[in-house]
Design a protein. Sequence first.
Length: 109
Amino acid sequence: MQSSKRVRLDDSRSPSVEEIPRPPSSHVVSDEGDAEGEQCSICLQRLEDRTVIPTCSHEFCFECLLVWAEQSRRCPLCQQPVGDYVIHKIRSKYDYQKHFLPPLRSASP
């Protein structure tokens, strides 16, 4: 029989993104910079042209995120504002491109 441990939730703080350990990565990066084995949360397929939302660091396919951004400027996973641009064509920490998003189209009257 396992014993239960009580935890006081009111005294605990949520860890920051940097404090949350990432599982060991066994992903292989191909010549195009796509991480094999990682999945886009929009299309549920393998990531194509990995694109990162700078405000929350969530990753999606470039095309999927552009289609999403036509309707909403919030992250599909955490609902944080996307900002003016996304990061894609990532080759290293300092070798990437910023793709500036066009203004959202306003609804017709």
